[in-house]
Design a protein around this ligand. Structure first.
Ligand code: ZN
Length: 339
């Protein structure tokens, strides 16, 4: 049976935060919000288990956004004075906090949700953190004056939290690096090294997720400019194949990524995106199985994990649930066909 997992985020229930938004406002503060986050995490653990997923995540219920959730626990960042910045090479504008002093962790970042996850499933667990290069692309620098230096400063902090997550019992720690698909030469040059620094000393499984972004308007419009063949992965995969990262999560279904680029990841587990997060149309198990069959031409069967293309945070909750079921049913169908 091909294992199944989500890339990371899941839709927040309406009683926790605004729905269908990438940067949703919370519905409550303080202890009430913490309780709602805990309730939502438990709900999604159960929903993933019921769908039949092999690897279970917390769905990122406790963070407003996949990057800023981590930054909120970092000293040296001014959240009071956010500034507008073009991110991912100006693909869209975001209000971002500013780095104003040396970076240090205030304490644990994700202890509560990691322990909650570990305590409530016996299946393998995955926890996501933003990658160093993507962080420096989602924050304004008023202190370091150098992207690489700042990325390695963040990598140190990520490493501290990643080691602690491993001690909490997490089985897979994944770093999300959509910026690798935007700054490909820099990613191959220093992005992968910063990533390895973030993962240094980990004995659990390590992973990196590289995608073409959430299914939001700006990303959908961007994809329409990328032409018939998306070869971004070609520049980064060789550096990743030579790295110590164990797994690579990539976008596949409904993308224009040439499937043969997966062959560049020799020696790595490949989390193949078989669920489109930019479309509300629920995949049929047949479509999922067909995508897996395509990937199997380039990835050894024991190295293939069926996954979503990206996070599902801005999606409709009922659609996300239906897509999780399609993911597992499609993987089962592909397994039966592969014998
Ligand atoms: Zn993604």
């Amino acid at each position: 049976m091909f294992p199944t997992a989500i890339a990371g985020s899941l839709p927040k229930p309406a009683w926790l935060a605004e729905t269908h938004k990438l940067w949703p406002r919370w519905k409550a503060d303080g202890a009430e919000r913490a309780q709602a986050q805990r309730d939502a995490t438990l709900l999604w653990i159960k929903t993933q288990e019921d769908a039949g997923l092999a690897v279970i995540g917390d769905g990122e219920m406790s963070r407003q956004h996949f990057v800023h959730g981590f930054l909120e626990q970092v000293e040296g960042i001014d959240f009071e004075h956010k500034v507008e910045m073009g991110i991912r090479a100006d693909r869209y504008k975001a209000m971002v906090p500013q780095v104003v002093a040396p970076l240090r962790l205030k304490g644990r970042v994700h202890e509560a949700e990691a322990r909650l996850l570990r305590a409530h499933t016996t299946r393998r667990t995955k926890f996501t953190l933003p990658g160093p290069m993507t962080i420096v692309d989602t924050v304004a620098d008023r202190f370091y004056g150098d992207r690489v230096k700042m990325a390695f400063a963040f990598a140190e902090l990520l490493n501290q939290e990643a080691r602690a997550l491993q001690a909490d019992g997490i089985d897979v720690i994944q770093f999300d690096e959509p910026a690798f698909n935007v700054y490909m030469a820099e990613a191959a040059d220093w992005g992968v090294k910063a990533l390895e620094r973030a993962a240094a000393g980990l004995t659990c499984t390590t992973a990196v997720h590289i995608c073409y972004g959430y299914g939001i308007e700006a990303n959908i419009a961007w994809k329409q400019t990328l032409g018939g063949q998306w070869r971004h992965y070609e520049q980064v995969f060789p550096a990743l194949a030579a790295s110590r990262i164990d797994q690579v999560s990539l976008e596949c279904i409904h993308s224009h990524v040439p499937p043969e680029l997966m062959a560049l990841l020799q020696g790595k587990d490949v989390m193949v995106g078989v669920i489109d997060v930019a479309s509300d149309e629920v995949e049929t198990p047949e479509e999922v199985a067909a995508t897996i069959a395509t990937a199997l031409r380039h990835v050894p069967r024991e190295r293939l994990i069926a996954c979503t293309n990206c996070g599902m945070a801005p999606m409709d909750r009922a659609i996300a649930e239906a897509k999780l079921r399609a993911l597992v049913e499609g993987a089962a169908l592909a397994s039966a066909r592969a014998g």
